[in-house]
Each structure stands twice: as structure tokens, then as C-alpha cells.
Design a protein around this ligand. Structure first.
Ligand code: ADP
Ligand code: MN
Ligand code: MN
Ligand code: MN
Length: 336
């Protein structure tokens, strides 16, 4: 039976890459990623190649059913250059986690955005709703805006087999979050990107855009959007040691610039020290501290200093592949 394969990739735009996709029809597909063929696209239209030699290669790396179309699959791809080497825009290829020892749980925040008012859902044209306070985890037509989109997204993600762990309304009006967890950094990144793709496509059918910017309402008293990266490796999961946890945290101190470089565009606007963030100029960590760069969850302390850490600095528009890559690289430098 004719099967639709939606090949999805990240373009070469800087500083923030966007999703691109196109459909390939095949006669038959087993559902296994290793049975998918490479494909190509015009890199000169995505800032990934010059017009004179424009072909870039799509290498399928993750696939799942596409619940929104009949006989269809979503196919997340890495981009290779014309010589078959990872393209410079390919953050996934930077991840050094071949044994899937690193587990990641990303908390993806975003705004549902009305293209007509150029404001979040729930913001009246030309004005502001009541100050933030009532919106977080709220219910009711005066507080929660766009729930039908969020619910449809959750159902579609679960049907696709993505490991969504939860959703919640966030602190600003029209702001929401979903969490995805995977045992393996590449898999976590793949699932976040596919979930972002599905959300964008659902938004299309409601005429609602998804705003991934980390501070879309500027410096007014409205929260920005993060993508907290919760991570662990076997060292942290079985540490049983406060000293080991602190050694991993300390490994991030000299890596601040390298981390911030891939934690998402315009993060200076978000990491101000207000709205549950640490200043972009500081580095700090602390137990249960939501004003720190890295939070040591109470969970870890309660489990005899074993568990995971939360890097609160990555923002909503960051590439989870690049975030995971730098975290893994940094944790491996810890002096334990
Ligand atoms: P909060 O909003 O309190 O920061 P959430 O419940 O939204 O926390 O997200 C916590 C995340 O931590 C979840 O995505 C969960 O999967 C993740 N997590 C839990 N345990 C681990 C672990 N051992 N390694 C990596 N991530 C983990
Ligand atoms: Mn959360
Ligand atoms: Mn949140
Ligand atoms: Mn968090």
C-alpha cells in the first residue's frame, strides 16, 4: 500500500534553526528506521549549501507513525553534506553517547501565538490580560487559553509513541509546557523535534502559531520560555555521594560560555535573575534552587545523593541535540 513518509530536518538558519519537511511516497515500509533510504534536498533554499552545488543528504535516524495522516510515518533525519559528512548544522552528530548512558528529560515551554494580534492567546488586542499569577496549572476560560490545541498535541504525541511524561499550563497567559524523557541523548532530541513538528502542524489547523522565542513579551513582567534539561548518567544515578554531585556541578563552571553558546538565542533577555532564572553572568547550583543555573532536585538528596540534575539555562528555542552534546561533554570532564 502506498505509504507517506514525512522526512523532517533542521535548516541552516542562524542563530535558530527551523523545521523543514517534505513527503516521499513509497510502496511499502516495514516501520523500521534501518529500512529507510537516504534522500536529498535543495540546500540552497535552506541556507545549507551554495546554489552551484546545492544537494544535501537526508539520513533517516528516527521514525514513528504519523497519527494525523493515513498510512503515514514521520522520519526525523540528520543532514549530511554532498560528501556524506555531517553538515555543520547537524547538532545530533555532535552527541557522544554511543552507549545511551545519558538520560534526558526536557521540559519544553512555548507560547501559543495569535498571528492576528501578534500576542499570545488570551491577550486582548491592543492590551494585556490580568498580571501573571492565576495562569500556571490553571483551569477556566479566564485563565487557560488554547487547551484544545494542547490536548490534541498530547494525544497525537502519545499515538505516535513519543514518551511525553506530562503537560501543564505555564506562568504566562497562553504559555504551556510538555516534558519528554528518553534513555539516550539522541533519542530525547529526536522526540523533542518530532513533538515540536507535530505542535506546529496542529497549530496550522487552528490558525495559531507556536512562538518558541525565549522572551517573546520582552522585559515586561511576563515569564520567558525555557527548555530545562534534566540529565543523568550512571555516575549520577548511582552516585550515593554529595561530593560526586558537586563535582559534576563544578565541571560546568569553566564551561559557561560554551554552554550558553548553544542554550538558545537571546538568552540574555531571559536569564536575568528574575522569573525563576539565574543571571546569564553568574554560575550557581543548589538543592531545590529554582534561581540557580543548575538545580539539584530534592529527589536526588532524598535518594541518598543519587539521581539527576536540572540545567535550567537552556531556552525554549535551543536545539536539544546541541544542548545534550555540550552537557555530555562537560559531565565527562568532572573530577570525581
Ligand atoms: P519541574 O517542573 O519541577 O522542574 P518536571 O516534572 O516538569 O519538573 O520535569 C522533570 C523532568 O525530569 C521530567 O521530564 C523527567 O523525565 C526528568 N527526569 C526524572 N528523572 C530523571 C533522570 N534520572 N535522568 C534524566 N531526567 C530525569
Ligand atoms: Mn516542568
Ligand atoms: Mn516550566
Ligand atoms: Mn524544570
Amino acid at each position: 500500500m502506498a505509504t507517506k513518509l514525512e522526512y523532517i530536518w533542521l535548516d541552516g538558519y542562524k542563530p535558530t534553526q527551523s523545521l523543514r519537511s517534505k513527503t516521499k511516497i513509497v510502496k511499502e515500509f516495514s516501520g523500521k528506521v534501518e529500512d529507510l533510504e537516504n534522500w536529498s534536498f535543495d540546500g540552497s533554499s535552506t541556507e545549507q549549501a551554495p546554489g552551484g552545488s546545492s544537494d544535501c543528504i537526508l539520513k533517516p535516524v528516527f521514525t514513528c507513525p504519523d497519527p494525523q495522516r493515513k498510512n503515514a510515518y514521520l522520519v526525523m533525519c540528520e543532514v549530511l553534506d554532498s560528501k556524506g559528512q555531517p553538515h555543520e548544522s547537524n547538532g545530533r552528530a555532535l552527541i557522544q553517547d554511543d552507549d545511551n548512558d545519558f538520560w534526558f528529560g526536557f521540559e519544553q515551554e512555548y507560547f501559543l501565538w495569535d498571528p492576528k494580534t501578534d500576542k499570545p492567546l488570551g491577550f486582548p488586542a491592543g492590551g494585556y490580560p490580568a498580571p501573571q499569577g492565576p495562569y500556571y496549572c490553571s483551569v477556566g476560560a479566564n485563565n487557560a487559553y488554547g487547551r484544545e490545541i494542547v490536548e490534541e498535541h498530547l494525544d497525537v504525541c502519545l499515538e505516535a509513541g513519543l514518551n511525553v511524561e506530562g503537560i501543564n499550563a505555564e506562568v504566562a497567559a497562553g504559555q504551556w509546557e510538555f516534558q519528554i524523557f528518553a534513555k539516550g541523548a539522541k533519542e530525547a532530541g529526536d522526540q523533542i523535534w518530532v513533538a515540536r513538528y507535530l505542535l506546529e502542524r496542529i497549530g496550522e489547523s487552528y490558525g495559531v502559531a507556536i512562538n518558541w522565542h525565549c522572551k517573546p513579551l520582552g522585559q515586561l513582567d511576563w515569564n520567558g520560555s525555557g527548555m530545562h534539561a534534566n540529565f543523568s548518567n550512571s555516575l549520577l544515578r548511582t552516585a550515593n555521594s554529595e561530593a560526586k554531585f558537586k563535582a559534576v556541578c563544578e565541571a560546568f563552571r569553566p564551561a559557561v560560555a560554551e554552554c550558553i553558546a548553544v542554550y538558545g538565542a537571546d538568552n540574555d533577555q531571559r536569564l536575568t535573575g528574575k522569573h525563576e532564572t539565574a543571571s546569564i553572568h553568574d554560575f550557581s547550583y543548589g538543592v531545590s534552587d529554582r534561581g540557580a543555573s543548575i538545580r539539584i532536585p530534592l529527589y536526588a538528596v532524598d535518594h541518598g545523593w543519587s539521581g539527576y540534575l536540572e540545567d535550567r539555562r537552556p531556552n525554549s528555542a535551543a536545539d536539544p541535540y546541541k544542548v545534550a552534546a555540550v552537557i555530555i561533554k562537560t559531565v565527562k570532564t568532572a573530577k570525581v
